[in-house]
Write a protein that binds this ligand. Sequence first.
Ligand code: PLP
Length: 387
Amino acid sequence: MKPYNTPVYLDYNATTPVDKRVLEKMYPYFSGKFGNAASKTHAYGWVADAAVEKARKQIAALLNADASEISFTSGSTEGINLILRGVAGLYQSKGKHIITCATEHKAVLDTCADLEKQGFEITYLPVDKNGLIDLKTLENAIRTDTILIAIMWANNETGVIQDMKAIAEMAHRHKVILFSDATQAAGKIKMDIQETKVDALCLSAHKFYGPKGVGAIYLRRRDPRVKLQAQITGGGHEKGLRSGTLNVPGIVGMGEAAKWAAKEYKDRNLYWGNLSAFFLENLSRKLKGWHVNGDFEKRINNTLNLRFEGIKSERLIKLLAKDLACSTGSACTSAIMQPSHVLTAMGLSDTEADASLRLSMGKDTTQEEMEFVLEVLSRAVEKLRAL
Ligand code: PLP
């Protein structure tokens, strides 16, 4: 018997399983400790509230932030909507110009497109062939009416990490709020908002071994104090920023997942670095005519976006379905079969983008799994090329 399950799951950027250590901490809050964290008049509410506040501290610790700077959401799509629309709504008297990047997640791009319809002007920065933003181009795009810069920390398709520290320094110099979608960075790289001074960011628990449907935003409390216009009203939860009964078990899970992410991210990153080096070295021995998409150094080590000449990755994925679970691009857009907007923004042709595959490893991915994937993947590429 194989020491792993097939298909081998290499789609951890789409979602991760809940860590068993996390699940254990969540259990009591489904039934025994079922109180509403907003119930201030009895012990059931106090217990739930204490659990939520503990999780808030754990998430703040992951970012080196203060617990008061963390608010809970249902995930990053909501966090992105809340921050983009919330900043736009509140700061529009100062200006209606927003800067973002062509390779952002659809949650950012679609929200920006909607804001455009409401009269905001959006600048979409290009990236170079490695997926990186040019800082001079960014600085030239900043205007007196720019109210927000939205640049993701790490890309979900290629893993490319932007120079957030330099971008943050620039945003502060120009007194523009900087928001970063940090969904894929959490649990993979260091995120210290005292050192890298982003003003707002969003996280999603299910990307770092927490449960689905729960997330958080960070909003800087001073220098500058970031304020938002609430998008969901009713009850005034989360200091009026986001009304709605809190998902207590989910929040407990997110806090616990953040605790382990803070403790383990360095080891995870090192492990993925070695595993991907092993994989690529052996792939070069087995197969010719493939490339890594995106910057190889400035990258979250768990993500490999590979392009195989002469094939269509959609067909490759179908052929491999019983052996490998991976993705052609962002999971959120894979229902619509279009070439990846991230890869085409990096200058790849539609054919090249369609020949690309994303393998994203998890903290428990083993060398045996990667050896198996090497075999089946190279065999399948050769088979498709021979057809
Ligand atoms: N931003 C990035 C970079 C992502 O990878 C994702 C998830 O695919 C999201 C936002 C949306 O996150 P959620 O699933 O929490 O809505």
